[in-house]
Design a protein around this ligand. Structure first.
Ligand SMILES: C[S@@+](CC[C@H](N)C(=O)[O-])C[C@H]1O[C@@H](n2cnc3c(N)ncnc32)[C@H](O)[C@@H]1O
Length: 367
């Protein structure tokens, strides 16, 4: 989890949430030892948890219609925080305007981005219902001044061009996206039609002995799950648009849901050689692994994410600090008779020269 994500060391306190929010309480059962049990395999319970966290931690009142994806708040915040890292590293934190491609009914990236980071957004979707509910979510949270919902034609092969053509002079700070994962009409064993909602809804619910039970319920619409060519084809369309748009969007980003998609996408970006810088950063939260792929055509922008390295030395002293540095695969070199530099390789993969973070130690102390 991202170091600045408040859920990192403090997962939601279900007991406190149950006491404070009666709607949430309905999905909680007290068990013998006074603890709370919560069934993540129940779609309505997961939906209510997300709504409650958005209310409590972001003052957002969000409609999440049945039969559509329920965003996981810590994961969405992780993605926004990674983008914020890149913006901070490039001093792009003022007048930030992003594009959220495929915002969904929840409009989650734009709502969190506007509320937590003061970013402005154009949020697009190709699905009429998603556009309508996303718009309602923006209005009920009084964020019309920050988020503009834009209906695109999903049949068009480009993804960003509709928006960009309609705002011909605008330059955007970044774009973000959580693309549909799966290849259209490919049968995926994890999802099947969910008749309890409608024939248009798919779920990972298990009614047979064949599949193991998912740890968390996911209900979704066809448009949220499936796209021709799966996520690789969808992201390739964004890459193609970006080659045309270049610096009209300073930083292109997308979430990647399958590890196997990373290689073909990186290979595609590599084709543009020195014209493009890109990086992949893991987005880990709980049992779910995702990645963020980011790229830019700007020579002056830097996609390296710098993070402070925490050295776990209860009693300071140079030998202990040196052992800790070596445990973290750091390298120590002497700069002056009284100064050492500790270097740590970044955990991100990038086509830029492997960047290093330097920490200065002087007389055994950090400075
Ligand atoms: C996986 S969902 C993501 C929803 C939301 N952003 C989230 O992260 O929970 C993908 C979304 O992309 C939308 N979509 C599909 N094709 C699109 C296109 N060409 N342009 C914009 N959105 C599209 C779908 O309708 C769906 O809402």
């Amino acid at each position: 989890m991202h170091p600045r994500n408040p859920y990192k060391n403090k997962p939601p306190d279900f007991k406190a949430l149950a006491l404070e929010y009666p709607d949430f309480r309905k999905f909680c059962n007290y068990v013998n030892n006074g603890k709370i049990s919560f069934d993540f395999r129940e779609d309505a319970a997961v939906r209510c948890l997300t709504q409650t966290l958005l209310k409590k931690d972001f003052s957002l009142d969000v409609i999440l219609p049945t039969g559509h994806l329920v965003p996981r708040v810590p994961q969405k915040l992780n993605y926004c925080l990674l983008i914020d890292d890149i913006l901070r590293a490039n001093e792009l934190t003022k007048n930030v305007v992003g594009i959220d491609i495929g915002t969904g009914t929840s409009c989650i990236h734009a709502l969190i981005g506007a509320r937590r980071f003061d970013w402005k957004f154009v949020a697009t979707d190709g699905d009429e219902k998603a556009v309508q509910v996303a718009h309602e979510n923006v209005t009920r949270n009084k964020l019309d001044g920050s988020i503009c919902i834009f209906h695109v034609n999903p049949a068009v092969k480009t993804v960003l061009m509709d928006v960009m053509n309609s705002m011909s002079d605008r330059v955007f700070t970044f774009c973000m996206c959580n693309p549909p994962f799966f290849e259209k009409f490919d049968k995926d064993d994890r999802f099947c039609q969910e008749p309890s909602v409608s024939g248009e809804t798919y779920s990972n619910r298990v009614d047979s002995d064949i599949r193991t039970s998912p740890h968390s319920a996911t209900f979704a619409s066809m448009a949220e799950l499936y796209v021709e060519g799966g996520e690789v084809a969808f992201v390739n369309r964004i890459i193609d648009d970006s080659v045309f748009l270049r610096e009209r969007v300073k930083i292109y980003t997308t979430m990647i849901g399958r590890k196997s998609s990373l290689r073909p996408l990186q290979q595609r970006l590599q084709r543009f050689g020195d014209d493009i810088k890109f990086m992949v950063s893991p987005l880990n939260q709980g049992k779910t692994k995702r990645w963020m792929l980011a790229w830019t055509f700007s020579k002056s922008l830097n996609l390296t994410i710098e993070r402070p390295v925490l050295l776990n030395c209860s009693k300071p002293g140079l030998p202990k600090i040196m052992r800790e540095i070596s445990r973290l695969n750091g390298r120590l070199r002497q700069e002056t008779p009284t100064e050492f530099i500790a270097e740590f390789k970044n955990i991100t993969w990038t086509n830029q020269r492997a960047r290093k973070k330097a920490y200065c130690l002087s007389d055994g102390e950090f400075c």
